[in-house]
Design a protein around this ligand. Sequence first.
Ligand code: ADP
Length: 171
Amino acid sequence: MVRAVFPGSFDPVHNGHIDIARRAANIFEEVIVAVYDKPQKDLLFTPQERLDLVNEAFKEDRRIRATLFSGLTVDFCRKNDVQVIVRGLRVFSDFEHEFRMALANHHLAPEIEVVAFITSEDHSFLSGSTVKEIASLGGDVRDFVPEHVRELISERFKDGKNSFPISSLRD
Ligand code: ADP
């Protein structure tokens, strides 16, 4: 049985992630979506909230399960009998980062393969930050995230509550 892990911050899980996890589950027997507890990013949701949102997104897909994790992805793989690390590739700028991480992980654990899926056209611009930026400016994110994610994110930004660093949507 080939088991794969799809690690990330998932702040929050969006349709780009869901597509990659489902496509990975068409190839590997089990996909574990591993929610990294403390990524070096501006986070909106707690680790438990991010995990709950992922669990809800995949509740009807028995091939995919989710968990929190910390530490090295390769250590997670070894502890959980995982042979493959799944990643998603959107634009060229992802490539350099993913390439470096894949080589580092391969150096640390040559027995574990990194498999990168090319994003679907519809999701090529989608990231957790884009979703948060749009929602924080009062935009509609229903095309980008499942309904339960849209509800929590709208609630988080209601009445000017919370702000999120805006990078590009107002350029
Ligand atoms: P984000 O960049 O959206 O904040 P993460 O940091 O949680 O997402 O990324 C986890 C993995 O999901 C990474 O491999 C990332 O490249 C991939 N990913 C994120 N968004 C997309 C997308 N729209 N299409 C394909 N893969 C994606």
